[in-house]
Ligand binder design. Structure first.
Ligand SMILES: [Zn+2]
Length: 342
């Protein structure tokens, strides 16, 4: 390693836990980060500054003003430019550490792309905000024996652990049944304190550094933190009595799920994401011409946004559409069919 590179990491290589050898391992390491919101931006920032050589950042969303309260890689120019989070994060990280190779992927992690997007990495890190995606990450990581760091945050508290397939219980061991939609608090319904996300993200970064430098303990605990109440609990993760469908029986239900057009309600404010089945690339330029006749259209390299009162449609090149202003799923599907085409 040359002197210049060493000087960038001087304060980190002084630590006996890292040292020059650990730094070299980080440089050679490859990480996939799923989700680039409050947790994901802080995790990406931490891993890039620490010198992790390759980061694939997977996120489907666009930077909005209400993200800036806690999503540390973004600023007002990203909102004005309507940039996807993965792209805005990659731009910022390139200015922070040009030695790190960042691959932004503007997509929703789904059964059809999950194995490809989580392939050729040493570790997967969770920056998501939903159970569905975590079960999918778990299925891929169980199948390919890949370690992954789990993290979740809401309101003023959060939790995190690391799953080492073949060695520790898996996510499905920990949470055998997926909670029904609407039964758990989310950032969109109860809010989230930026500082709580920073703490959980920092703990995720530490676990990533341990895995990547070969220092993760064989039985990582589940850590729960409430930053407002000052509560910190460390719990042993134990395998339940029952056999786990995923890691004991190899039933990867979330990875093998047959995909229909997927409609997901977001934010609980009449916003829906519609993901068409299969590969449905949309020619944004032609669509912009068409929608320009009925409403106000904004377009950049990644997406098109059209205001067709009382709705707002955001169309991504990969075919996904966000519909805002619809009362329910059926109305969102109808708007999609009318303006984008089924
Ligand atoms: Zn399991």
């Amino acid at each position: 390693m040359n002197d210049l590179r060493m000087s960038r990491y001087a304060r980190q290589t002084l630590l006996p836990q890292i040292g020059p050898q650990g730094q070299e391992r980080l440089r050679a390491a490859r990480v996939a980060l799923v989700g680039c919101g409050a947790l994901g931006t802080a995790i990406a920032d931490g891993l890039a500054r620490a010198g992790v050589g390759f980061l694939r950042i997977i996120d489907w969303d666009v930077v909005e003003l209400h993200n800036l309260q806690r999503q540390v890689l973004f600023d007002e120019t990203d909102v004005a430019a309507g940039l996807p989070k993965a792209v805005a994060a990659a731009n910022k990280l390139a200015r922070i550490n040009s030695e790190v190779r960042v691959e932004p992927v503007v997509a929703d992690l789904a059964p059809r792309n999950a194995e490809r997007l989580l392939d050729e990495v040493d570790l997967v890190v969770d920056g998501t905000d939903n159970f569905e995606t975590r079960y999918l990450i778990n299925d891929v990581c169980v199948k390919h024996r890949r370690p992954w760091v789990y993290g979740a945050v809401v309101a003023t508290y959060g939790m995190t652990t690391t799953f080492l397939p073949g060695q520790t219980p898996c996510f499905r061991c920990m949470l055998a049944k997926k909670p029904a939609p609407g039964t758990t608090p989310t950032c969109d319904t109860v809010g989230v304190l930026g500082a709580a996300a920073s703490v959980i993200a920092s703990l995720e970064v530490v676990q990533a550094l341990k895995v990547l430098t070969g220092q993760m303990e064989p039985d990582p605990p589940l850590v729960f933190v409430d930053v407002w109440e000052g509560v910190w609990e460390v719990l042993a993760l134990r395998k339940g009595e029952r056999r786990c469908p995923a890691c004991d029986e190899g039933r990867l239900d979330f990875l093998t799920a047959r995909e229909a057009d997927r409609v997901v309600e977001l934010c609980g404010e009449g916003a829906f994401q519609i993901t068409p089945r299969g590969n449905g690339r949309i020619p944004l330029e032609r669509l912009a011409d068409r929608l320009g006749k009925v409403g106000e259209v904004f377009r950049n390299d990644y997406l098109l946004r059209a205001r067709v009162a009382p709705y707002e449609l955001t169309v991504f090149a990969d075919g996904r559409v966000l519909v805002k202003g619809a009362a329910d799923e059926a109305e969102a599907r109808g708007i999609y069919a009318k303006y984008v085409g089924a």
